[in-house]
Design a binder for this molecule. Structure first.
Ligand SMILES: [Zn+2]
Length: 447
């Protein structure tokens, strides 16, 4: 009797766990089926279908990729093909964040019940329209030449990414034999650096240090530090480009004074600096059409006083992701609210996050506007009332620094934020600023 009861309980438990497992699997199947179907392991689905896939178009209905007579045809202009490679995608799925990889179910007309085994006329294939302007992406590539890096512009009111470039790139009609060519020419070629790149920010990070000061120090606008072009902190030397003398935050930002911002970060301390960085989205990914970006890094755990100083001027272990940078700029332009970026045109509601208060946003905006008016010059961005900051990020190993420029137009008609980073290229103001200028002026003409 005892044995029978024991067996019944075991059978009952087994049945229950079987039903739970079945339920769990069915749930996962419903949610993930279309993604599972197009995993590279299902080569017959993931590879063959491009020759039957639907079109990919830019925001002006320029056809970037289409299938005609069993062939996948890309845009006729080589510059556009190369500039759009990381957005449209390669044919083998190496660029994992590209449309031809992520939107296969829509491009092939996948159906949950029948898979892709429906007659062509019954398939629900969808053309994918992007927010990107392919001519603007082409201009970015022309300005980059053979330099490596990333550039992007987004509308901070709608989230639409209108320009996105990652280099190095190649022509999809003539894919290089990467294994046998000079590897350094194609290092990182399958990575869309706007979404998946993370680079040392250098002085761009002074924007975050300034936000932390505005939020935490009541006397932030009258506070001064003395710059004599170098300072020893805990036996480590922090150097500046010049001897700026006694400077306040506004002028220290204009002159990009390392001594001021290094000392400011030390005075704020690790806890407050970390809290500000986390609140503006560091250490977690930003979602762009469901793609999780490589998170920007700011980590002061166990940092020495000198390391906190270095972190305040964008060195230490700091890393910045370009798509995340757009959201920080968007938040400053947008009274504290960051609109999440979108590559694909769709009707889903726009996602947003509050990074900083409206008051703080307006103060940092004013400081960044002062930079352009009094340092870089409004002639770089005629009529756009741009707020910006350049950066020259030291990366050591005897390599040239990364050149950055980030900012946004503050006019109602052109609500665009931009990020330009050119790797191992030199001074931000000399290398990145002319590219940012060309792209923003072209974006304003297109809008
Ligand atoms: Zn200085």
């Amino acid at each position: 009797m005892k044995n029978t009861r024991k067996r019944s309980i075991i059978v009952l438990l087994l049945t229950l766990s079987f039903l739970c497992g079945l339920g769990f699997y069915s749930y996962k199947l419903t949610i993930n089926a279309k993604n599972w179907a197009f995993k590279p392991i299902n080569a017959h689905l993931s590879m063959h279908g491009l020759t039957e896939a639907s079109k990919i178009l830019d925001r002006n209905d320029v056809v970037l990729a289409q299938s005609i007579g069993g062939q996948r045809i890309y845009h006729e202009d080589e510059y556009i093909r190369r500039a759009m490679l990381h957005s449209v995608g390669d044919e083998k799925g190496y660029i994992s964040t590209a449309i031809q990889n992520l939107f296969k179910p829509e491009l092939f007309g996948y159906n949950f019940i029948t898979g892709i085994n429906l007659p062509t006329f019954l398939k629900n294939k969808q053309d994918i329209k992007l927010n990107l302007d392919s001519n603007l992406c082409k201009l970015a590539l022309q300005k980059f030449g053979d330099k490596k890096g990333a550039a992007s512009i987004y509308n901070y009111k709608t989230g639409e990414i209108i320009c996105m470039l990652s280099t190095p790139t190649y022509d999809i009609n003539h894919p290089p034999d990467i294994k046998n060519e000079k590897t350094e020419n194609y290092e990182g070629v399958y990575l869309n650096k706007v979404l998946s790149g993370c680079l040392t920010p250098g002085s761009i990070f002074k924007i975050i240090t300034a936000i932390s000061a505005i939020d935490n120090l009541p006397n932030w606008d009258s506070k001064t530090f003395e710059c004599h072009s170098k300072e020893i902190i805990e036996s480590e030397k922090i150097t500046c480009m010049a001897s700026h003398g006694k400077v306040n935050l506004k002028d220290a930002m204009k002159e990009s004074c390392n001594i001021f911002f290094g000392n400011l970060a030390i005075e704020l301390g690790a806890e407050k600096m970390q809290k500000t960085a986390n609140s503006v989205g560091f250490n977690k990914p930003v979602e762009v059409d469901g793609i999780k970006t490589n998170p920007s890094l700011y980590d002061l755990s166990n940092a020495s006083k000198a390391s906190i100083g270095w972190s305040g001027i964008g060195q230490h272990k700091n890393l910045l992701n370009p798509a995340h940078t757009l959201t920080i700029l968007g938040a400053i332009a947008n009274e504290g609210t960051a609109i999440m970026p979108k590559i694909v045109k769709h009707d889903a509601p726009t996602q947003s996050k509050t990074y900083i208060s409206c008051e703080t946003a307006n103060k940092i905006k004013e400081i960044m506007r002062y930079n352009v008016k009094n340092k870089y010059g409004d002639s770089l961005f005629p009529g756009l009332e741009v707020c910006a900051k350049t950066g020259t990020a030291e990366i050591g190993e005897g390599k040239e620094p990364h050149a950055w420029m980030v900012g946004f137009s503050s006019t109602e008609e052109d609500p665009f934020a931009f990020v330009v980073v050119v790797e191992n290229a030199g001074l931000g103001r000399k290398i990145a600023a002319p590219i940012a200028s060309a792209l923003m002026n072209a974006a304003a003409k297109c809008s």
